[in-house]
Ligand binder design. Structure first.
Ligand code: ZN
Length: 153
């Protein structure tokens, strides 16, 4: 028995999802015409597989950087603590636009030759990165792009 929660993702039954996927995890209207849209970008099937931490960390760095080359609506890009995916928090970036930006940015990861800001000046653990791991995970995620909108099993 699970307790009800005020955290949206704790209300999601993680046994019923079919990763990889792209899911709108929340919409919050700030009342002035601004709508915050939060996305659950799930790379790995929950409780069956996960990304290793250097891979998660390098994807975070690159997406935070590369997505902003295609949109000014990204507020934040953050890893999930369970290491199965990421949250993209946006200022009204609708799903079709998000998918376009996501696809281009992930493509940039595949051709990257270094992880931006992977150093002790710009990062809290500059040695904890894997460009190769990030590229392998992203290649796999992109290979399943036609399944991204099928969230539930
Ligand atoms: Zn970092």
């Amino acid at each position: 028995m699970t307790k009800r929660s005020n955290v949206e993702s704790f209300e999601l039954d993680h046994r019923l999802v079919a990763a990889p996927y792209v899911r709108v995890a929340g919409r919050q209207d700030l009342g002035d015409g601004t709508e915050i849209i939060k996305y659950d970008l799930r790379f790995c099937q929950p409780n069956e597989e996960h990304l290793d931490m250097p891979t998660v960390h390098s994807i975070e760095h690159m997406m935070a950087n590369f997505m902003r080359n295609y949109t000014d609506k990204l507020i934040g890009f953050a890893p999930m603590g369970c290491q199965t995916g990421f949250y993209a928090i946006t200022n009204g970036l609708e799903q079709d636009e998000l998918i376009e930006v996501l696809t281009k940015s992930l493509g940039d990861i595949l051709t990257a030759t270094e992880v931006p800001a992977a150093n002790v000046t710009q990062c809290g653990w500059g040695a904890n990165h894997s460009l190769e791991g990030a590229q392998a995970a992203v290649r796999d995620y992109l290979a399943h792009k036609d399944e991204w909108l099928e969230v539930m099993r």
